[in-house]
Unconditional design. Structure first.
Length: 585
C-alpha cells in the first residue's frame, strides 16, 4: 500500500487528547474523561471498566490486565501488572491427580487470581487524578441501562446457551435473564452494576482522600465481599469443562487476599530510531523484540510493503521467536533475556531462515543453554493436541493526553463463555491457568504463586529518544504478529497509523497455541485474501501452507501517538469487526 492510499477512515490528528480502543463505547468514555480534565490514566481506567460491560465475551472483572504506561511526571515507562497468579491449591500433582495432562480451557479448575480490577485500581491510584466514583460512572451506567448487543456477543451467548441452561445456571441467570439476547437489543447486567456500586459504597465508607478510597475499594474486592463470594462459590460448585468432566476450583479467598497488582520495569530493544517497550518474559511480549532483532539481522534492503518476500521473512522470523517463547519464557528469574535479545544471537538465528518455509519448531541455545519444550510441543505435528478448543479473545485501549502521558492496555479473560458466573457478582472468573504446562522444570510449568506466561502484550514505542506511540491488538498468540506487522508498516515503510492498520495482515499457526488444547499447524500461514494472487501463489511456491481468510479478518490493532515536531497527537483504530474506534481532537 502506498503512502496516501485510500483508508477505511482517517488517521485522527489533534492537540488535546486521543483514545483508541476495540469498542466505540470505551473510546467515547475515555474521551469524555479527557474532556472533563482527567489524564490518560483516568481515561484508560474508565474505558477499561466500560470494556468489562461492553465486551463481556472478551474480558471482565474476573480477568487480567497488563498495561504499559509512560508518565510525563515520572519520565519512564512502567508495566502495570494486573496478571493474577496461580492459586495455592493449583499444583501439578493436583491436576495430574485428576487424570489430566493439561489444564482445561474452561470451567473452574483454570482460574487464576483475577487481576484486572487490581491493575486498573493501581493505575488510577498511582498515576491518575480522578476519584473512583467518577471513573466507574460510565460502566455502571451501561451495566444498568444496557449496552447495544453486537452480533458477536449474541453469537457467543447463543453458542453456550445450552451449557448455561444445563450445567452453568449462574451464567444463565446473568446472560439469559431475558432469553437469548438478540443483536441490536439492549443487554443489562444489574448484578454487575450492583457489584460496582457496592465497591463504591465501601470505598466511600471512611476518611482520607482519593487514594484511601481506591485502597478501600481494592480491599473490598480482594479481601472483602467480592473475595468472599468467590471463595464461597469455588468451595461449593462443580462445573463441567472442556475435558467433558466436572471439576471444582482450587481458587480461594485467601489467594485473592495475598495478591496485589504491581508496577515493574519494562523490557526494551532498539530498532532504527525506535525503542520498543514490552513486558518481561512472564508475557509473550519479548517475541516482538526478538522479531525486530531477527528482521534487522537479516537486513531490510529491498523489502517492499505487502510483498511475498516481506511476508515470508516476517513469518520465518516469527517461527524462530515463538519457538524460543515455548522453550524459554515463563515467570522465572533465570529466563536468558539478555542472550535472547542480543545482536549476536539474532544473527545466528537469522541464518536459519531460508527461501522456503520451515516446518520445524527450532528453539535456540542462548548463552549456550539447552532449550526445553513443553510436552505438547515436542512432536510439533500438524493438529497435535486437537480437542475442543477454547474460544477466547481480548480487548485493547490506547490513550494519549495533552500533557504527554501514554497508556497501552490489553485487558482480557473472565470471558462469559470461559467459566460460570459467580452468583451475586454478575461476572465469571478467568481461565488463564490453561496456559501453564505440567512439565516440572519447564519455565512455564504450573506452580502456585506464579503468573502464567500470558499472551497479553501491550506496546509502547519511543522515537528519536522521545515517547511516541502506544499500540496493541487482541488476538492471543497473534498479538505479537498482527501488532508487529502494523509496526513494520509504520516504522519501516512510512505508512501512517491508519494505513498501517488497514494494510493486509497475516499470522502463522506454526507453533503450539497457548490455549487448550495447544494445537500446532507447522507451516500454516493465514493471510487476508486481498493480499492478491501474486503474493499468495509465491508464498505457496515457498512451501507455506497458505489459508486465505476474509478481506478484513486479521487483527484488531489500535494506536495513538504524539509527534513532538508538529506538536500533534495521532490516533487510528481497526475497521475489522466493525466496533473499534478512535476519537480525539
Amino acid at each position: 500500500m502506498a503512502v496516501g492510499a485510500f483508508t477505511t477512515r482517517p488517521q485522527l490528528e489533534g492537540t488535546f487528547g486521543m483514545v483508541a480502543s476495540t469498542h466505540w463505547l470505551a473510546s467515547a468514555a475515555g474521551m469524555a474523561v479527557l474532556e472533563r480534565g482527567g489524564n490518560a490514566f483516568d481515561a484508560a481506567a474508565a474505558a477499561g471498566f466500560v470494556l468489562q460491560v461492553a465486551e463481556p465475551h472478551l474480558n471482565g472483572p474476573g480477568g487480567d490486565m497488563p498495561a504499559l504506561v509512560y508518565s510525563v511526571d515520572r519520565k519512564r515507562v512502567e508495566v502495570v501488572c494486573g496478571q493474577g497468579t496461580a492459586p495455592a491449591g493449583l499444583t501439578v500433582d493436583h491436576v495430574r491427580g485428576l487424570g489430566l495432562e493439561m489444564i482445561p480451557g474452561t470451567g473452574l479448575l483454570a482460574p487464576c487470581i483475577p487481576g484486572a480490577v487490581g491493575g486498573w485500581l493501581l493505575m488510577l491510584a498511582e498515576l491518575g487524578t480522578w476519584r473512583l466514583a467518577d471513573v466507574l460512572e460510565f460502566a455502571i451506567g451501561y451495566a444498568e441501562g444496557g449496552i447495544p448487543v453486537l452480533p458477536r456477543i449474541a453469537a457467543a451467548i447463543a453458542g453456550v446457551a445450552d451449557l448455561f441452561r444445563t450445567e452453568w445456571p449462574s451464567s444463565a441467570a446473568v446472560y439469559l435473564r431475558e432469553g437469548l439476547p438478540a443483536a441490536g437489543s439492549l443487554f443489562r447486567n444489574p448484578v454487575l452494576a450492583a457489584t460496582y456500586r457496592r465497591l463504591l459504597a465501601e470505598a466511600g465508607a471512611g476518611t482520607g482522600g482519593r487514594e484511601a478510597e481506591i485502597e478501600r475499594a481494592r480491599r473490598a474486592f480482594y479481601e472483602g465481599f467480592v473475595a468472599e463470594a468467590i471463595d464461597r462459590f469455588c468451595r461449593q460448585a462443580e462445573a463441567m469443562d472442556v475435558s467433558g468432566r466436572r471439576h471444582r476450583a482450587a481458587l480461594r479467598g485467601a489467594d485473592l487476599a495475598g495478591w496485589r497488582a504491581g508496577l515493574e520495569s519494562s523490557l526494551s530493544r532498539g530498532f532504527s530510531d525506535y525503542e520498543v517497550h514490552k513486558t518481561a518474559a512472564w508475557g509473550q511480549g519479548p517475541v516482538f523484540l526478538q522479531q525486530l532483532a531477527l528482521l534487522e539481522a537479516g537486513g531490510l534492503e529491498g523489502l517492499e510493503a505487502g510483498s511475498a518476500e516481506l511476508v515470508h521473512r516476517v513469518v520465518e522470523a516469527a517461527k524462530l521467536a515463538f519457538a524460543d517463547r515455548e522453550a524459554w519464557y515463563g515467570d522465572e528469574p533465570d529466563v536468558p533475556l539478555a542472550g535472547l535479545l542480543s545482536t549476536t544471537y539474532a544473527g545466528e538465528r537469522a541464518r536459519l531462515e531460508g527461501d522456503r518455509a520451515s516446518l520445524e519448531l527450532r528453539p535456540g541455545h542462548p548463552d549456550g543453554r539447552t532449550p526445553r519444550l513443553p510436552h505438547w510441543a515436542a512432536a510439533n505435528e500438524s493438529g497435535a493436541g486437537i480437542g475442543d478448543p477454547t474460544n477466547q479473545d481480548t480487548c485493547h485501549v490506547d490513550v494519549a493526553d495533552r500533557w504527554g502521558n501514554l497508556v497501552s492496555a490489553t485487558p482480557s479473560g473472565g470471558w462469559l463463555q470461559s467459566s460460570p458466573a459467580v452468583p451475586a457478582l454478575g461476572f465469571p472468573l478467568g481461565t488463564r491457568a490453561q496456559i501453564f504446562n505440567l512439565d516440572v522444570g519447564s519455565p512455564n510449568a504450573l506452580r502456585p504463586g506464579k503468573r502464567p506466561r500470558t499472551t497479553l502484550s501491550p506496546s509502547l514505542a519511543f522515537r528519536a529518544g522521545e515517547p511516541y506511540m502506544a499500540f496493541g491488538t487482541p488476538g492471543a498468540d497473534a498479538q505479537d504478529q498482527w501488532a508487529f506487522n502494523f509496526f513494520i508498516n509504520h516504522a519501516v515503510f512510512g505508512l501512517n497509523l491508519q494505513e498501517a492498520i488497514d494494510a493486509v495482515n497475516w499470522r502463522t499457526l506454526h507453533f503450539p497455541d497457548s490455549f487448550y488444547p495447544h494445537a500446532a499447524y507447522p507451516g500454516r500461514l493465514e493471510i487476508e485474501v486481498r493480499a492478491g494472487a501474486t503474493v499468495i501463489d509465491e508464498l505457496r511456491r515457498r512451501d507455506h501452507e497458505v489459508v486465505t481468510t476474509g478481506e478484513w479478518s486479521q487483527g484488531r490493532v489500535s494506536a495513538v501517538a504524539r509527534e513532538t515536531r508538529r506538536r500533534v497527537l495521532l490516533a487510528a483504530a481497526n475497521p475489522r469487526g466493525m466496533q473499534g474506534y478512535a476519537v480525539g481532537r
